[in-house]
Design a protein around this ligand. Structure first.
Ligand code: HAM
Length: 465
């Protein structure tokens, strides 16, 4: 007997359905528009890459690489027999010749790989690229945390490391959130110095020494990190560790003169642009490639997973991946979280009439507006169908959303359907309308009806939408 068990989306993945997908499109469209005005071009990179690419750039000891990647061995190239159609055995599919591949947990590494692969250092610098798409991390799913999630990211590669670049990138982010009318976001910034002995490594040693003194009071994760990566202890959310962490030395007091000057200039550049920020000395980020500027943006309505964007500078990453010495800085927005926050904001607006009125303005994202203007064509009589098909074509060409029932319905039933679909108008086409050349347009909210000659219809609809 056939197995009738039901399939469900794998834990941590989900389907995005209409009408919510309209909001996703709106967010992505806004990114395309805003990023273009800052001179960014779109890059599309593969969804899987050699595991080594992520291990080398993000770092072997990070949670992302150590615990969260979806990694598998690819089949080795087919032998002659297999290429001719015979099945490969399980043994050859998992042979040691197979390459280790991972689903991308982020896209910065891929963008750097592409920069090298396509010799983009020969283009005018810096090269400004952005991307949107799914990423994969095997994290514990919860609100705002998924195993397949979506990022909108941007990277600036090559050229100088001028602090104005860091500030302008953050300005682009703020413009994007502003265009989406997302309220209540907060920007945290920090500098984590660079890898010279008189800068971050000296601070890390100091931190290690301080943490060793209080080791007994720390949780197991932080105790382990004293050896592997003491900076990550600063990330800890464990309640009992907070008073201890509060007393640790701050990296800002231990930056080398060049990094300190860079950080000061970034802050000055942000002020010049009127961007409000909070300095957060504990913002170290969870990926190894960062140096100097790091930043994160949090948004309301998300609970504990409230970071909607993270980014920072990563001079040296391209070189680490085999390319020429190259400056780099970028960010990635968590699109799922951004959408959740916009939806939460829209829900609160609906509960507050004054905010609802403001949200209904033309600029608001679709989450806060009614469904798009929909015209339902209620036709009756086989001779009117050809006219209905033509009307649907003309209305769609004019940009309206049109529902044309595929088979004849009594007017009462058709209007009931139109109502259920949330249509704003019903275009009524019966034998009389077609013969007279005067079409009936009914507004479903109040039942008002007018008769219009066909050529005036589109103009009338444009005025009433
Ligand atoms: P990240 O901080 O790992 O940075 O991720 C950026 C954003 O992606 C987070 O702030 C969050 O909004 C979202 N995110 C991460 N993991 C999940 C998840 N499991 N579920 C939902 N959303 C998630 C990066 O990925 C860097 N590549 C950013 C970057 C670009 N730095 C420089 N250039």
């Amino acid at each position: 007997m056939a197995n009738k068990s039901k399939f469900q989306a794998i834990k941590g993945t989900r389907d995005l359905l209409p009408p919510e997908t309209a909001l996703w499109n709106h967010v992505e469209q806004t990114a395309h528009e805003v990023f273009r005005t800052f001179g960014f071009g779109e890059i599309r990179v593969p969804i899987f890459e050699p595991t080594e690419l992520f291990a080398r750039s993000i770092g072997e000891d990070t949670d992302v690489v150590g615990k969260e990647m979806y990694t598998f061995s690819d089949r080795p190239a087919p032998t002659e027999g297999e290429a001719n159609g015979s099945e490969s055995s399980l043994a050859t599919r998992h042979s040691p010749l197979a390459t280790s591949i991972s689903l991308r947990p982020e896209a910065t590494a891929s963008v750097c790989r592409a920069y090298i692969e396509h010799s983009m250092q020969q283009l005018p610098q810096p090269v400004k690229l952005y991307y949107t798409g799914p990423m994969f991390r095997r994290e514990r799913p919860q609100k705002g945390r998924y195993r397949q999630f979506y990022q909108i990211g941007a990277e600036v590669l090559g050229g100088q490391d001028a602090p104005a670049i860091d500030a302008e990138l953050i300005e682009m982010l703020m413009t994007f959130f502003d265009k989406l009318e997302l309220k209540g976001i907060e920007l945290d910034i920090n500098s984590i110095g660079h890898n010279a002995p008189n800068c971050r490594p000296a601070y890390v040693e100091l931190l290690r020494a301080e943490l060793t003194k209080v080791k007994d009071k720390l949780g197991a994760d932080s105790q382990r990190r004293i050896d592997t990566n003491p900076l990550r202890v600063l990330d800890s959310k464990l309640e009992s560790e907070q008073p201890i962490i509060a007393k640790l030395p701050h990296i800002a007091d231990h930056l080398c003169p060049e990094c300190a000057a860079h950080y000061a200039a970034v802050k000055q550049q942000l002020q010049l642009r009127g961007i409000i920020y909070r300095e957060n000395w504990r913002l170290v980020r969870g990926l190894d490639y960062y140096m100097r500027t790091t930043f994160e943006i949090t948004a309301p309505g998300l609970g504990s997973q409230n970071a909607v964007c993270g980014g920072g500078r990563y001079d040296g990453l391209v070189e680490l991946l085999g390319g020429p010495p190259t400056k780099g800085i970028g960010f990635a927005i968590g699109e799922d979280r951004l959408i959740l926050s916009l939806q939460e904001q829209a829900r609160q607006s609906e509960a507050d009439p004054e905010r609802a009125a403001r949200a209904a303005s033309a600029n608001s994202p679709p989450a806060t507006r009614h469904s798009p203007l929909l015209i339902y064509i209620a036709w009756m009589g086989q001779n009117t169908y050809a006219t209905a098909v033509r009307a649907a074509k003309d209305l769609r060409n004019a940009g309206f959303s049109v529902e044309l029932p595929p088979s004849e319905l009594k007017f009462g039933k058709a209007l009931g359907q139109a109502d259920k679909l949330g249509a704003k108008f019903a275009l009524i086409l019966g034998e009389d309308e077609v013969t007279e050349g005067l079409w009936t347009l009914k507004t479903l909210d109040d039942g008002a009806q007018i008769k219009l000659p066909e050529p005036a219809l589109i103009e009338h609809l444009r005025k009433s939408s």
